[in-house]
Design a binder for this molecule. Structure first.
Ligand code: GCU
Length: 614
């Protein structure tokens, strides 16, 4: 793919040769020379490596721009310098250092080459049940990640389906280590996802974490893996979740399971990332006493202080599952004696699947408004990348990766600034208009796909498009319980008590329909269709209005894109337009299905007399 911008663009669009030099400062040097030439900058770039940290400083004096920094820091400094110069921004003063020491990307790639919840082609790392990659593509991938400061990646899916469980053994491990060798050049370290029941698969009678043979088994595994990949960050585990095996299978607790694995990794400085996405996925829909958003907190909060110091609990941003709108997970706000990582999702599973435009940085800003960034010690995100030539399927979805990298580096989300930076580097002739599109996109999608915090009205399994009852009588614990009078679940004191998992202040706000923000109203409350909202509209009318407006606004996004013809490269224009066409028809489908759904239950027509199908 050639640069859409002419000589310089954000790195994913730029070609690259496999670097001849090995160290970060050699790579930084050649990237800077090429970048300066492309940008037509006459000043001389200079690299001055000092120490080993990730920090850097950019100094401009007498026609020379110096990047001073640690072994890895100089590469970050070089990429940041190119970004700032491309955007015409001034250089920051003083030493720049990352907020989170670990800024991770989690791929959900399967060994057969598929990507779970992947919307950008197939895996960059696997094919036909083996490790398979194009080295040049991995260089480009690593450079793109490094350019936004990402420094750790897990390659394989959290659902470790055989033969992927053998990735931590023998030949597959040796092959994976070749990817680690490339990533290392760009300051990126690897994690591997492991299957808790691997000991059984390898011939032991049990995977009980307290069994001596099992303990030895994992100690040997960790030793071998860390010999082959000496800078491994550690293991990532999904246990006792959605049918994956875990300590419960053996009558043990999660601290016992996690600590056992962490102790195996400890001699090598390894860390154990333990996901907290644990809930009852075999719920009877008739059971209204079990409330899925409660699950992670109920399960883990009592275990605070029982995890080893190299265990990190990895917690999704919301208590349910990456919905368009959720409150912050109360677990992230609790467990002061436990290390925690925030897990975000760039893969747009519930947010338009990289067909519909959805810029995610606003969601993260909402998280940081409630959770101070120090509450967690690391950050991770499920990848939105794949083999597609533009990496993300939807060209504009690259902005999510860019914004994530900046968020992880700065410890805060600034949606406008990150969108502007990305657009200015990538499509300079249309940067302002593309920024506007990105910033408008989540509000538009939310209007047609997720009324007032109600989630899971999607088609089961593929999670794209509307199906209001698709999950209603299912076992996944995701119910809206709409009837002829009302919709939603009461999660306050008089309901499931979920709000009590927050501080008293927050519990009071969320628990009171008058104070609860509209955007979360139906997440926390069961309300009558006639409930009068702050702006005077009834709940039902607001739902109708949002859906009519959302569908119209999707068309307006497409029109705004059409106006960019000639300002972005033709191939990008065509690809994105084709996606907007799909988005417009998806939005209409959502509008008509959801509006009909509520009209059929309530019998109340739209005040404005617009068409609702009966
Ligand atoms: C969601 C998603 C699954 C994924 C799971 C997880 O439920 O649909 O595909 O495995 O999250 O985060 O583990």
């Amino acid at each position: 793919m050639t640069s859409p911008a002419g000589a310089f663009a954000w790195l994913p669009y730029l070609p690259m040769d496999i670097p001849r030099g090995g160290s970060a400062s050699e790579i930084a040097g050649s990237e800077l020379r090429a970048g300066f030439q492309a940008l037509g900058i006459a000043e001389e770039p200079r690299i001055r490596p000092e120490g080993s940290s990730e920090s850097y400083e950019l100094v401009r004096k007498d026609g020379v721009i110096t990047v001073r920094g640690g072994r890895q820091g100089v590469l970050y400094g070089a990429y940041r310098l190119l970004a700032l110069l491309a955007c015409g921004r001034s250089l920051p003063e003083g030493v720049q250092k990352p907020f989170y020491p670990l800024r991770m990307l989690n791929h959900w790639d399967n060994m057969d080459g598929g990507v779970e919840r992947g919307y950008a082609g197939h895996s960059l790392f696997f094919r036909n049940n083996r490790v398979f990659f194009d080295p040049l593509r991995i260089h480009r991938y690593a450079r793109m990640l490094s350019s936004v400061g990402i420094n750790a990646v897990s390659l394989n899916n959290v659902n470790v389906i055989p033969p992927m469980d053998l990735l931590v053994t023998g030949e597959a491990l040796a092959e994976a280590s070749k990817i680690a060798d490339i990533l290392r050049l760009y300051g990126i370290r690897m994690l591997l996802t492991v299957d808790f029941s691997l000991p059984v698969r390898m011939g032991l009678a049990t995977a009980d974490p307290l069994n001596a043979e099992v303990i030895r088994f994992w100690a040997d595994r960790a030793e071998e893996v860390c010999k082959v990949i000496p800078d491994l960050v550690g293991f990532l585990v999904k246990a006792d979740s959605e049918h994956r095996p875990g300590p419960f299978t053996y009558g043990r607790s999660h601290d016992e399971g996690a600590n056992m694995l962490a102790r195996a990794l400890k001699p090598y400085g390894g860390m154990l990332f333990w996901r907290c996405f644990v809930y009852n996925c075999r719920q009877d829909w008739r059971d209204s006493t079990t409330d899925r958003p409660r699950a992670a907190y109920d399960h883990y909060a009592p275990l605070d202080g029982r995890f080893d110091e190299n265990v990190v609990l990895q917690i999704k941003n919301g208590p349910l599952d990456f919905q368009v709108r959720e409150p912050v997970s109360p677990l992230l706000l609790s467990m002061p004696h436990t290390r925690k990582a925030l897990e975000l999702q760039l893969a747009q599973e519930y947010t338009g699947q990289q067909i519909d435009l959805f810029y995610l940085a606003g969601q993260w800003q909402d998280v940081f408004e409630v959770m101070s960034p120090e509450k967690v010690s690391c950050i991770s995100a499920v990848s939105n990348l794949g083999s597609s030539p533009n990496w993300t399927g939807h060209d504009l979805a690259q902005a999510n990766l860019y914004a994530y990298g900046r968020t992880a580096w700065t410890g805060r989300s600034d949606p406008r600034a990150y969108a502007e930076e990305w657009a200015e580097q990538t499509f300079p002739s249309a940067a302002g208009k593309i920024t506007k599109l990105l910033l408008a996109s989540p509000g538009v999608y939310e209007k047609y796909a997720a009324p007032l915090g109600l989630g899971f009205m999607v088609n089961p399994s593929n999670h794209y498009g509307p199906s209001p009852d698709g999950y209603e009588y299912a076992r996944w614990g995701t119910y809206h319980r709409a009837d002829r009078d009302a919709v939603g679940v009461d999660r306050g004191k008089s309901g499931t008590g979920f709000t009590a998992q927050y501080s008293a202040d927050l519990a009071e706000i969320y628990g009171d329909p008058k104070r609860c923000p509209d955007k979360l109203l139906l997440f926390f409350h069961r309300l009558k269709y006639g409930h009068v909202m702050a702006d005077g509209r009834t709940l039902l009318q607001r739902i109708y209005d949002d859906h009519f407006e959302g569908a119209e606004e999707a068309e307006s996004l497409r029109e705004q894109w059409r106006a960019l013809h000639g300002l972005v490269p033709e191939d990008v224009y065509d690809r994105v337009l084709a996606r907007f066409d799909m988005q417009v028809s998806n939005a209409k489908e959502w509008r008509d299905v959801i509006n009909s759904f509520f009209f059929r239950f309530s019998g109340v027509p739209d005040e404005k007399g617009r068409k609702i199908w009966n």
